[in-house]
Design a protein around this ligand. Sequence first.
Ligand SMILES: [Zn+2]
Length: 241
Amino acid sequence: MGVYARVQIGSVQVIALNRLDGFSSGNFSQLNVADYVGDDAENVTKNINKVQSLIGASDIAVMSAEHGNNVIKVSQGGKCLPSDALVTQVPNLALLALSADCVTVALIDTQSELIAVVHSGWKGLVAQVLQTAIDSILASGSQRKNLVAVIGPAICAECYEVSPDRVAKVSEINSAAILDSRHIDLCAGIKATLVDNAIRYEQIIGCTFENEDLFSFRRADGEPTGRGGMVVCLCTDEESS
Ligand SMILES: [Zn+2]
């Protein structure tokens, strides 16, 4: 029903989405939340509304990823300015990061109302978007010991064969993300950054390429495909929790 896995940390809900039980059809079947892949706009809106109700939020802010390291603070719902990390301190405002093979990471301050979501593929590893988001959260007053991360499903290293050139680019910045001369392990790179920052994490296991309930850009093999992702919300509204 749209939920691949749900993690609760205090009052914060994190949902990794699957592609089941949405309004879209064809390549976008069914729960596509991206409005830039060729899907019917009305169906995308209905799917995003469904995600909002799945998590019990009163509003939802949707990431516009650009594979960089821009971090933005969000205080209202709707489509966000281009960035790969959203941060909010507004209860009941859900943050949605889109992906189809890239990693999504929720960051939660267990002692305040701050939550964040980050999107990273190999370019995000090179741009160090997760580190930039952590730095931003720490600068806004959070303490490392109060932070918990939740890592979403992503393409696994065995399924992610790339050019040696791409491996070299990632290796320069994040050597933990290198499985071998042709394979990048996105989740290992993310975990290494979390460990370096002494931030605890949970991982939602799963390979987007192997699990057909999840959208995978690579499995689509050049055909248009949808995006799933991760949604996170500090839900204080008891009716909807
Ligand atoms: Zn795999």
